[in-house]
Design a binder for this molecule. Structure first.
Ligand SMILES: Nc1nc2c(ncn2[C@@H]2O[C@H](COP(=O)(O)OP(=O)(O)OP(=O)(O)O)[C@@H](O)[C@H]2O)c(=O)[nH]1
Ligand SMILES: [Mg+2]
Length: 390
């Protein structure tokens, strides 16, 4: 019976496991032992699901410290027939560097930690043995990461495999053998290793995604990203459900992939840090084209669009001029169907009316998204630059 229960416990999903255990517990005599197993299983479930939540991160502040150099050795050679063999303390090894390395597998800075310390160099030993150099610590960052120090760009990692030494390790100290001279045949002096370089760097991704979903809270941006891609941002009927950007990938039949970012909702005055503030305008700035999502069911939806463009323009001149398309969401609602012609009339531009909830007319958006992407790729190529591919 024990083996049977354990088999059921560790097969299937965690949620299933709990259910299976509950069912089995009804059929088996409940002992303290089984209760412990159940509690352990539940706590594991909670830990793993909280670890799985990983947001898209496009800027990070990192403190990097190179490894400390190893101390010089201090010893004198001695053997039975050669008691005063002279100084033989070797030099310490150099401390390891902290190196940023562009990797095309990385798409976000979410795995970059706030602090990195290089490996310490080894201490110099006797018999003129040098200490081992500390190994370099490599930090993988996405291609297109720009490194800033005190607001000044110090490196741009634009190619796969490109490296930037963020912090140099300290030099190793000198052992007492180094100080041997005609004047001093038995030097007692040795020096400690130097500390590694210490810096505070700001890493920024130049591109958050190809397309950014820009809209007021509750407009349905997250619902739309869920409908377009495999991303699963939270959806709820209250404002500011999304607090961090999410990136979903839209896949086309010819294997081209378009990255779409769900950016937290903007409100009037966002450029003055109202609502969730200017941080999210910065994410929008890093999108190549914009998808304005307007809730068609609210009265006078064109006001939302005007406000959004105004906020973008206030944040950065020309930002609202990026290639864009207006998406009228929630067309499944009766009020939306009344508002749609009014919106078209007011803005005099194309509006893709769809429903993220029911999936109505998503195809039109997918086709237009691909057109915007193709234009972006051609523009970059004509400028002699490589377009960002996902
Ligand atoms: N009827 C209808 N409801 C929708 C549609 N799209 C989204 N909703 C609802 O609108 C509410 C808000 O949707 P979200 O996707 O969370 O909106 P959001 O723009 O991401 O909101 P924030 O994260 O707060 O900025 C949810 O209750 C959704 O179910 C739609 O096409 N039709
Ligand atoms: Mg959202």
């Amino acid at each position: 019976m024990t083996a049977e229960i354990l088999f059921h416990l560790f097969s299937g999903t965690c949620h299933d496991r709990k259910q299976q255990v509950c069912i089995l517990l009804n059929s088996v005599e409940q002992s303290a032992c089984w209760k412990v197993t159940l509690i352990n299983c539940t706590s594991k479930v909670q830990t793993s699901s909280s670890l799985q939540t990983r947001y898209f991160v496009d800027h990070r502040r990192v403190r990097v410290v190179g490894g400390q150099g190893g101390d010089g050795g201090h010893s004198f050679y001695s053997e039975p027939r050669k008691i005063f063999g002279g100084p033989d303390g070797g030099n310490g090894g150099d401390g390891g560097h902290v190196v940023l390395k562009a990797d095309q597998q990385m798409k976000s800075l979410s795995s970059v930690l706030p602090f990195y310390q290089g490996v310490r160099g080894g201490r110099g030993g006797s018999k003129n043995c040098y200490g081992a150099n500390g190994a370099s610590v490599y930090v993988k960052v996405p291609v297109g990461t720009s490194v800033k120090e005190d607001g000044v760009v110090v490196a741009d990692l634009t190619q796969h495999g490109e490296e930037y030494v963020a912090a140099y390790g300290g030099a190793g100290g000198k052992g007492n053998r180094f100080f041997l001279s005609n004047e001093n045949r038995a030097p007692m002096l040795f020096t400690p290793g130097e500390p590694g370089q210490e810096r505070v760097l700001h890493l920024e991704l130049k591109t958050t995604a190809h397309a950014g979903l820009v809209g007021f809270p509750n407009a349905g941006k997250s619902s739309l990203l869920r409908a377009l891609s495999n991303a699963k941002p939270a959806v709820a009927a209250y404002p500011f459900t999304t607090l961090n950007p999410h990136v979903g990938i839209v896949r086309y039949e010819d294997y081209e992939q378009v990255a779409v970012a769900d950016i937290p909702g903007l409100i009037r005055g966002a450029h003055q840090n109202r609502g969730l503030g200017v941080a999210f305008l910065r994410h929008i700035e890093r999108c190549r084209f914009l998808l304005y999502v307007v809730d068609l069911s609210v009265p006078r939806p064109w006001i939302q669009l005007q406000d959004l463009k105004y906020e973008l323009e206030q944040y950065k001149n020309g930002l609202s001029e990026r290639p864009c398309v207006v998406i009228g969401n929630k067309i499944d609602l009766a009020q939306s169907r009344i508002n749609l012609p009014l919106l078209k009339e007011q803005i005099g531009d194309r509006v893709i009316a769809l429903s993220a909830l029911t999936g109505d007319n998503l195809e039109e958006l997918l086709l237009h998204l691909r057109e915007l992407y193709d234009i972006y790729v051609k523009t970059e190529q004509s400028r002699g630059q490589r377009p960002v591919k996902w």
